[in-house]
Design a protein around this ligand. Structure first.
Ligand SMILES: *[C@@H]1O[C@H](CO)[C@@H](O)[C@H](O)[C@H]1NC(C)=O
Ligand SMILES: *[C@@H]1O[C@H](CO)[C@@H](O)[C@H](O)[C@H]1NC(C)=O
Ligand SMILES: *[C@@H]1O[C@H](CO)[C@@H](O)[C@H](O)[C@H]1NC(C)=O
Ligand SMILES: *[C@@H]1O[C@H](CO)[C@@H](O)[C@H](O)[C@H]1NC(C)=O
Ligand SMILES: *[C@@H]1O[C@H](CO)[C@@H](O)[C@H](O)[C@H]1NC(C)=O
Ligand SMILES: *[C@@H]1O[C@H](CO)[C@@H](O)[C@H](O)[C@H]1NC(C)=O
Length: 933
């Protein structure tokens, strides 16, 4: 279709892949895998993909030879000599150990993060660096993808400016409209936006940059051409006129009212600084994110907001840890929860995983801004079509139906009959179904048709993808009406008003949590996301050269909403560290619980996707019922913490009486029954809930008085343990009026994470069991194979993780090692001696396994998702490109096996029994001497 600019259906928060062999024994590391969310099938119908389709490239998203070290305080470094900076002492020690390195960045924020980004000559030095006095941690540099909206649509013409899609609906949903009416607009608060930059030339964003403007400053860490792999070219100007994401985010916070779209930012009185960490396209590495976070703190931002990230499942990444420390220090940090909802539970994003940050879930706007066409010649209401902006078509057109039968299933799937007139004069009406939209439109175009209304066949009223054709979806009854008029020969025409046709279509899914929101909890059972804000179908500013306004969807849009809300909170209560530290509790305890559907009797949505509910900014600021803490984490069965306390304080000036009660949410069945695989989203819910004893269950509090409440939880019973049910809900504290009511959120797992299988040993995804070694031809090795390392004659290790692991390692062991792995590969059948070692596996000690040398080690790894298509993130692959160990030494020619070990979550790293293991078939290294480095 000619005039719809573009629509994207992509998850934000992804990291790149295809990083080459830089495997190192990483001793104190954290590393992310990246997992895209599209392509996911429901249930177990994974549809095996041939394993030969696995790209024979290493796909770990770290940057070769780049690491971030964190160093101790100078006083804690024994070898400090006369240095005044701990970094200098550490550099000296590294030089003393003959380690070659370049410092690419230094981080010197005492109390938050002191360290450096290093480029090493050889990744083999990592182990030596880790053991250097003064080095607290060393982590690989990880990449994060461009934040991509789930859906976007740009204004198409000058007349669009007249269209009033009501951005304010999001403000009404959250009480922001009432705060604006009180004159609270965030004046005096500084917000740092870490994103793609901002088009500050946009009139609605103040039209300039610098003191006195809305955008008071910022920094460009990367430059337009930066794509995540090339050299950043920093400068002082964070202008973005090529991407747009950051401009949309900025408008949600700060758009000035009085514009043609009747929208305003949540905190349009606040001052914005723009920290640009993405170029026009591509990704960013987390050393730059850390730099941007620390600069934001140094420049006095009260709030930092990041609509970016990548699925990693843990609270341990560098940017994740730094963001959390900044929040703990008394700044508010808001970060997107991620758009991986379709991948199911245990799939949270870093840096949103940061323990103290506010991780943002998205709620679908209650209305979708759509357009009406009008009908002339017969009496009929306007007809709503699925487009945010009017089709740029002027005039009245008669209609032509490609079928007179409104039940036809394959309308216009075949070439239209020869008797068909020239359709260029008509608006063509065609029924959805059987073939693709593009095929129908191609057949219609063959007869000259260039404007088509496709009526829905019950599949759902939504945005559709029609290539370059001009066509929109209408609802079934409207299509049937038009066809009937056509058959009757009624004198009907239709037209597309360019002004005044906007209609806020009530979204059937509006007011529910956006299905794309990533599900928590983290693998270490932290409560993510924290709260929800409107993020689905949001209209906001866009760079002037790219159309000035756009409608986007994503947790990227919910995040700045919470940042803006935080500014209102600080403006109302004072910008002190104490207020900042109370922000998450206030937002959580005053949030509104959201259902899992609009059907009466269905449970509330699991807190693993809605957090504590939809933010109510008015309540968070004006409540006089102060409850703390906002989250009670019961952990898993093995670490179960059944007894919790919280306090309720009456800060009002009248006596208040409260009734406390348990309001359970749906229990998330996070794993598909009887399998090892996470349930895809929407994660199925059970109404079987925990029970809670609350003492006392009524409170009478005088003004200023507070009281502690004791809550004792019993997990739900009778649920299938193979589903790893995560139960959650609220303890409601009901006051005399709705405004006095608050809640505490809780979350726990019925089951023990130590029992959750980590390595996928099934053939579910590839038709052959994994892990597997692939030979040069991409075939699974079923017996011994020799590799020469000439050309493509190298082995590739392929594995999938059904669950996250705190530690994963692959080692080379002797081919006749006496070790019985926990996973015995069925595909190898009776392969004689390989898997028939007589001694039972009786625990032993991890350290006693005899290793020839390490191939790779990673800490805090996310599980895979279902996307095993080439380039997808449903599996991990590691190519041994040269016969070298991770520490850089040459592997002597000989006969080996690969031993994979993965620690189960909450397992003891020193206890071999807590690891899963797999032993490969025999791998012969037969490199000619010249091929060995
Ligand atoms: C990034 O840009 C460089 C050129 O500056 C190019 O060589 C490289 O392939 C690009 N990388 C990606 C991932 O696009
Ligand atoms: C748009 O069409 C719908 C359905 O006929 C109607 O209810 C609504 O009032 C119309 N709105 C405008 C602005 O034309
Ligand atoms: C189709 O294109 C022709 C040629 O540009 C134009 O005259 C006609 O009005 C168009 N038809 C419709 C329904 O927009
Ligand atoms: C469909 O209806 C139109 C208008 O009444 C008529 O001209 C046409 O012949 C009909 N087509 C068929 C296939 O019956
Ligand atoms: C849950 O328990 C595990 C094991 O003790 C611990 O590592 C983790 O931090 C706990 N999670 C929370 C949120 O307290
Ligand atoms: C691998 O090479 C070794 C040494 O040349 C040889 O003894 C062995 O038979 C070879 N194995 C296979 C499977 O070709």
């Amino acid at each position: 279709m000619c005039c719809q600019l573009y629509i994207l259906y992509i998850s934000i928060l992804t990291q790149t892949r295809h990083v080459h062999n830089s495997f190192t024994p990483i001793m104190k590391s954290a590393l992310y895998w990246t997992l895209l969310s599209s392509f996911l099938s429901a249930g177990l119908a994974h549809g095996a993909v041939p394993i030969s389709s696995v790209k024979q490239v290493t796909n770990i998203p770290t940057v070769p030879n780049k690491f971030i070290i964190e160093v101790d305080d100078l006083s804690d470094i024994p070898t400090k000599r006369s240095f005044t900076r701990s970094l200098d002492a550490v550099y000296e020690s590294l030089r003393g150990r003959a380690i070659k390195f370049d410092v690419t960045k230094e981080f010197d924020s005492s109390g938050l993060f002191v360290g450096a980004a290093l480029t090493l000559n050889s990744a083999q030095d990592v182990a030596a660096i880790a053991s250097t006095p003064g080095v607290k941690s060393i982590r690989p540099v990880v990449r994060f993808d461009q934040p991509k909206p789930v859906k976007s649509h740009v204004v198409t013409g000058p007349n669009d400016a007249q269209v009033p899609p009501d951005g304010e609906s999001t403000h009404i949903l959250t009480g922001v409209d009432k705060l604006h009416a009180q004159g609270l607009i965030g004046t005096g608060i500084k917000i740092g936006i870490i994103d793609t930059g901002i088009d500050y030339t946009h009139p609605v964003l103040g039209g300039g940059i610098g003191p006195g403007h809305k955008v008071i400053g910022g920094f460009d860490f990367v430059g337009d051409a930066y794509n995540g792999t090339n050299t950043p070219m920093p400068d002082n100007d964070p202008l973005d006129q090529c991407n747009g994401h950051g401009t949309h985010v900025a408008g949600i916070i700060g758009a000035n009212p009085g514009n043609e779209f009747n929208i305003s930012g949540v905190a349009f009185g606040a001052s914005i600084s723009s920290y640009r960490v993405f170029g026009c396209s591509g990704s960013v590495t987390d050393d730059i994110l850390v730099d941007a976070l620390l600069r934001g703190v140094k420049e006095g931002q009260d709030i930092l907001t990041l609509s970016l990230g990548g699925a990693d499942g843990w609270t341990e990444g560098t940017a994740t840890v730094v963001a959390s420390r900044i929040a703990a220090s008394g700044k508010i940090v808001t970060i997107a929860a991620g758009n991986d909802g379709s991948s199911g539970s245990w799939f949270t994003s870093g840096p949103g995983n940061g323990i103290n940050v506010i991780s943002a879930a998205s709620l679908d706007n209650t209305v979708i801004p759509l357009q009406n066409l009008t009908v002339q010649g017969v009496q009929h209401d306007p007809i709503t079509y699925f487009d945010t902006f009017p089709l740029p078509v002027l005039g009245d057109f008669p209609i032509f139906a490609t079928s007179n039968d409104t039940t036809v299933v394959d309308d216009a799937c075949n070439p239209l009959p020869a008797s068909t007139p020239d359709l260029s004069k008509f608006v063509v009406v065609v029924r959805r179904g059987t073939c693709s939209f593009v095929q129908k439109l191609t057949n219609i175009a063959a007869k000259g048709g260039n404007l088509t209304l496709i009526y829905d066949n019950g599949n759902g009223f939504s945005d559709i993808s029609v290539g370059n054709f001009q066509a929109v979806l209408i609802q079934p009854a409207d299509g049937e009406f038009l066809v009937q008029q056509f058959v009757k020969g009624a004198p009907i025409t239709v037209s597309f008003p360019q002004v005044g046709g906007a209609f806020n279509f009530p979204d059937p899914a509006g007011g529910l949590i956006s299905s794309f929101t990533s599900y928590g909890p983290t693998n270490d059972m932290f409560f993510k996301p924290a709260v929800a804000a409107p993020g689905g179908n949001i209209i906001s500013t866009f760079p002037v050269p790219l159309g000035s306004f756009a409608v986007l969807s994503g947790t990227s849009m919910a995040t700045p909403f919470i940042a803006g809300s935080s500014a209102l909170l600080l403006a109302a209560k004072g910008k002190t560290a104490a207020v900042a530290k109370s922000a998450r509790d206030l937002f959580e305890t005053t949030a509104q619980p959201i259902g899992s559907s609009k059907t009466d009797g269905d449970p509330l949505q699991t807190l693993t996707q809605q957090g504590a509910g939809l933010i109510n900014v008015f309540s968070a600021i004006h409540t006089t019922t102060i409850v703390s803490p906002g989250e009670l984490i019961l952990n898993d069965t093995a670490n179960f913490k059944p007894i919790h306390t919280f306090t309720v304080k009456n800060t009002g000036n009248t006596l208040k009486k409260f009734k406390l009660s348990h309001v359970p949410a749906g229990t998330a069945l996070t794993v598909q029954p009887g399998t090892i695989f996470a349930s895809d989203g929407p994660v199925p819910l059970s109404s079987t809930a925990a029970s809670v004893t609350i003492i006392p269950n009524t409170l009478i509090l005088l003004p200023g008085q507070s009281q502690t409440v004791l809550a004792t939880f019993k997990p739900p019973t009778g649920l299938d343990p193979s589903t790893f049910p995560v139960f959650s809900g609220f303890i409601q504290i009901a006051g005399p009026t709705a405004a006095d009511t608050a809640h505490v959120s809780y979350l726990g797992l019925q089951g023990s994470l130590k029992n959750k299988q980590v390595i996928d040993d099934t053939d579910e995804f590839f038709g052959v069991p994994t892990p597997a070694l692939l030979d040069a031809a991409g075939d699974v090795q079923s017996g011994p194979v020799n590799y020469t390392f000439v050309g493509d004659d190298v082995p590739t290790l392929v594995w999938r993780l059904a669950f996250g692991t705190p530690a994963f390692r692959a080692d080379l062991v002797s081919s006749n090692i006496n070790f019985k792995p926990t996973i015995t590969s069925r595909s190898f059948g009776n392969f004689g001696p390989f898997f028939s070692f007589p001694s039972p596996h009786n625990g032993g000690s991890f350290a006693q396994v005899k290793i020839v040398g390490p191939l790779a080690e990673f800490d805090f790894v996310s599980r895979n998702n279902d996307d095993t298509t080439p380039g997808g993130e449903g599996s991990n692959s590691f190519v041994l490109e040269t016969p070298t160990f991770a520490n850089g030494t040459t592997i002597p020619n000989g006969s080996y096996r690969v031993l994979i070990r993965a620690l189960r979550v909450t397992g003891d790293p020193k206890n071999e029994a807590d690891y899963e293991s797999w032993l490969s078939p025999v791998l012969g290294i037969q490199a000619s001497p010249s091929k060995s480095p």
